[in-house]
Design a protein around this ligand. Sequence first.
Ligand SMILES: [Fe+2]
Length: 198
Amino acid sequence: MPGDAVLTLEAARALLQTHAKDAPWLRHCEAVARVAAALAAAVGARRPVDGGFVERAALLHDLGRCRSHDPVLHGVEGYRLLSGLGHPREARACLAHLLFAFDPAAHPDLGFRGDEHLPRSPEEALVPLADFLVEGERPTTLDARFASLRSRYAEDGEFVRRLGRSEAWTRELVRSLAPAFAESPETIARQALPDGVG
Ligand SMILES: [Fe+2]
């Protein structure tokens, strides 16, 4: 319902369930949420992080897949859907997780310019990092995930070019967070998903 509702984790789960039904991407969202929560806990040991928001946003980052599986439009659709439901923070996280795949100039109606849609807080930044550490519902490495995305979208030169910028951004994020992590993000992801999400 439109409004300024504060989303609880339970409400986010219910929203995901309603829109995903039993689609396979629901389990991807659950896996990313688990990794994102673990990353937030690791960072949170050293500096204040809203771990609840990170987990909710990660759970909902792919909500737009109920409308599109396009590598860009699913984030745009998630943004529209959650904005319409009165959840602007989680809506922004859907758009932000696209990183450089999203071109604000191609979607002027959304009102973003330049890099305004990029993650602007550690909380928003941890969602795409967690997403890149999960392939389907399994933990992976950044090397393997970027290689897999490059091969999946090999025909789409513009997407691959933008993916290069997203990879550089992600590697820089990991470098900047390194002092906060006792273990590598890959290790944190593996520990968060020892047996997948089953
Ligand atoms: Fe996504």
